[in-house]
Write a protein that binds this ligand. Structure first.
Ligand SMILES: NC(=O)c1ccc[n+]([C@@H]2O[C@H](COP(=O)([O-])OP(=O)(O)OC[C@H]3O[C@@H](n4cnc5c(N)ncnc54)[C@H](OP(=O)(O)O)[C@@H]3O)[C@@H](O)[C@H]2O)c1
Length: 229
């Protein structure tokens, strides 16, 4: 049986990813800041991605029992500058956002890499967004032009860069690392705008998380296929 960990699994898309991975028969650790929010069928583990001690403890909990981790979904994120124009965004917006979306991912990934190596066919899925695409932003893409958020968008561009660097190194350990965009979903982050429900966005993530060792690595994609970097 495969062992999975999902960060930010208490609500939104992450909660659905955790629930669906459990439906796939995986043992799922739901990384949450409030254990009562973990979805049914999962095992709650306290995890604030900005707190390295909680990440180390989560690795110990998984490692002590299973000695490996097969699937890591880096889902937890914040959008700290929703509706803030680039010229109005401050370094504080950047720090707060990068703390979770970039440094948080590194904190958790760094803690889990030994367990992912032990899997022999580990998979990391980093939750990104179309807004991270510098190519689409340069091209004047309508969606990206409508949401020019300095902190959030660039934090996810940084996450995409991390994805490629991790993918290149970890390929030799049989670990795949991909950045996946769930598409615009109606969650707290988006003020519940968008036609797509969290469960539909989660399905895009779960598909990549369940491809196994034969799946691609170092890619950026959505339900529609590859997304320009
Ligand atoms: N919604 C969309 O349309 C959309 C589109 C593209 C990409 N995404 C990406 O999809 C992912 C999920 O988004 P969402 O819409 O589900 O967001 P959401 O509803 O706002 O949920 C965010 C999740 O992140 C967790 N979180 C925030 N800070 C954390 C921290 N320091 N430590 C641990 N967990 C933390 C929250 O936990 P608490 O409950 O404890 O606060 C919550 O579970 C994000 O990476 C987002 O960037 C979303």
């Amino acid at each position: 049986m495969k062992i999975a960990l999902v960060t930010g699994a208490g609500r939104g898309i992450g909660r659905e990813v955790a629930r669906q991975l459990a439906e796939h028969g995986m043992t799922v650790f739901a990384g949450v800041r409030d254990e009562s929010h973990a979805p049914e069928g999962t095992r709650p583990v306290l995890l604030d991605v900005t707190d390295a001690a909680t990440a180390a403890n989560a690795a110990k909990v998984v490692g002590d029992e299973y000695g490996r981790l097969d699937v890591l979904v880096n889902n937890a994120a914040i959008c700290g500058d929703y509706g803030v124009a680039p010229a109005e965004a401050t370094a504080e917006h950047m720090r707060a956002t990068y703390e979770v979306n970039v440094f948080g991912v590194v904190t958790v990934t760094h803690a889990m890499i030994p367990l992912l190596r032990a899997s022999g066919e580990g998979t990391i899925v980093n939750m990104t967004t179309r807004l991270a695409s510098i190519g689409l932003t340069i091209a004047g893409d309508d969606f990206n032009s409508g949401w020019p958020m300095l902190a959030y968008n660039s934090s996810k561009s940084a996450l995409n860069a991390l994805t490629v660097l991790y993918a290149n190194e970890l390929r030799a350990s049989g670990i795949t690392v991909n950045a996946v965009d769930p598409g615009l979903c109606a969650t707290d982050m988006t003020g519940h705008t968008g036609d797509r429900q969290a469960a539909e966005g989660a399905a895009v993530i779960v598909r990549m998380a369940t491809l196994g060792a034969d799946g691609p690595t170092g890619t950026f994609s959505s339900q529609e296929g590859p997304t320009p970097w």
